[in-house]
Design a protein around this ligand. Sequence first.
Ligand SMILES: Nc1nc2c(ncn2[C@@H]2O[C@H](COP(=O)(O)OP(=O)(O)O)[C@@H](O)[C@H]2O)c(=O)[nH]1
Ligand SMILES: [Mg+2]
Ligand SMILES: [Zn+2]
Length: 318
Amino acid sequence: MAATNPKIDMAHTAIVIKSTGSWYTLSDLATGERAEARIRGRLRLRGTRSTNPVVVGDVVDYESDESGGPAITRVHERRNYMIRRSPNLSRESHIIAANIDQALLVVTLDFPVTNCEFIDRFLVTAEAYKIPVTIVLNKCDLYTEAYGEQFAAFLQTYGQAGYPVLAISARNPADVGEVRALLRGRTTLVSGNSGVGKSTLIRAVEPTAELRTGDISDATGKGRHTTTFSQMYPLADGGYIIDTPGIKGFGLIDIAPDEVCRYFPDLFRYAPDCQFYNCTHTHEPRCAVIDAVARGDIGESRYISYLKILDEDSKYRK
Ligand SMILES: Nc1nc2c(ncn2[C@@H]2O[C@H](COP(=O)(O)OP(=O)(O)O)[C@@H](O)[C@H]2O)c(=O)[nH]1
Ligand SMILES: [Mg+2]
Ligand SMILES: [Zn+2]
């Protein structure tokens, strides 16, 4: 596309590798050069209520003019994205990253405790947007025998749900090698609560990635917030990894109550055997889902998350 204004260069195409909300770091797709860009004019995305119009992983066109510096002029259509409801802004959503091949959800049994409902909300969103997830159960070096039962229950629950679980320690080089193999040649979003070891793991997988890790206070088990922006790092073996700020809550968006079940693969599998075709799996007689929970074929925590999502998200719906 030819530039009409002689002060403006030809449009370039780049991938967004960092976003602060007002500045975007671009990596030019042709030259690999970096540029710090702003958004030109009133760049809006059709049909989204997202608080962030340009996100890490976006492919964008940009121009550099002599006065204003580089500016993003267009966002290419997204292949997919991971999204959540903005905290305290129930009608708005926040896109975490776009154009991703898979997500790693880093969780911990302890130090800090990752709560099951958070995990399940993340998984539901990933199902809805068709993003494959591997659960990385980190800090296994800290789980003494006292955690044995909890550890086994975790593997069983998410195994039954069909999610691969990698039990690792980011401090164990062999484990890190397994994660590295999983990432090769793909764009991977790394998500999870603050303090679970996302940055530590990324740095172990890709030592060229310059990111900061926070110390965890043993007394409180709370990690300090050290990652404030999503950032994408190229991998030496090919592919990209996206480090995200620790997420506390995970609000779901745009999922109707009668659709929630289909995003719980372990529940949905039994739904055809319910007596009523429109069974909500909450109170109905001869509900195959409730029976499967009672038999232990569905993790109880998964069923509780399902009920909570049905109940609590109803107030956000139209
Ligand atoms: N014992 C142990 N500590 C870890 C492990 N992974 C990370 N940590 C520590 O947990 C704290 C938080 O890690 P960080 O990578 O900043 O977490 P993030 O907030 O998810 O990015 C740091 O003190 C890390 O050294 C692990 O596998 N085992
Ligand atoms: Mg971090
Ligand atoms: Zn049912």
